[in-house]
Design a protein around this ligand. Structure first.
Ligand SMILES: Cc1cc2nc3c(=O)[nH]c(=O)nc-3n(C[C@H](O)[C@H](O)[C@H](O)COP(=O)(O)O)c2cc1C
Length: 148
């Protein structure tokens, strides 16, 4: 199975860590969003889109990339890191993927260290995340996807 993982991770590289952990298990090509703009998505059997959550959603560049991609019948998954480790801010991206008739196989999130704005005064939120347990969860998630 040829797998591509695309990520946006400008704050602390939290999402990049998750992308690389997943990529190791899936033997995937792992690239930043800017490198994926000219990629032919049709070459891949499975594509993962991951981002930090910035202002209640995925990075706008990632949203634009997904909006511009041909993904009909393509197997995809999405993931993020954020303050709470919740998938609740994935909905906008899931709606776009659904509109494109992509097959969403899963949805993963974990905490990521956040020093944005006033949080830096207290050393940030979700310090030390993603940790070994988060990365292990990410690996188990992708194992579940590739054996589907
Ligand atoms: C500009 C900015 C806005 C953020 N907005 C949110 C948010 O709305 N909800 C949330 O849970 N975390 C928010 N965060 C925290 C990030 O999602 C978290 O630190 C994430 O792990 C960053 O990923 P990265 O290191 O891969 O960029 C924000 C961080 C930044 C820098």
């Amino acid at each position: 199975m040829k797998t591509l993982i695309v990520y946006c991770s400008y704050h602390h590289g939290n999402t990049k860590k998750v992308a690389l952990a997943m990529g190791e298990v899936a033997k995937a090509e792992v690239v930043e969003e800017a490198q994926a703009r000219n990629i032919d998505f049709s070459k891949y059997d499975l594509i993962g889109f991951g981002s930090g959550i910035y202002g209640f959603g995925f990075d706008k560049k990632m949203v634009a990339l997904i909006e511009s991609a041909s993904l009909e019948n393509k197997e995809v998954f999405v993931f993020s890191t954020n303050d709470s480790g919740s998938v609740r801010n994935h909905q906008a991206v899931l709606n776009i993927l659904e509109g494109k008739k992509a097959k969403v196989l899963g949805n993963f999130s974990c905490k990521g260290w956040d020093t944005f704005g006033p949080f830096k005064l207290i050393g940030g939120r979700a310090k030390n995340h993603p940790d070994a347990s988060d990365l292990n969860n990410a690996k188990e998630f992708i194992k579940g996807i590739i054996t589907k």
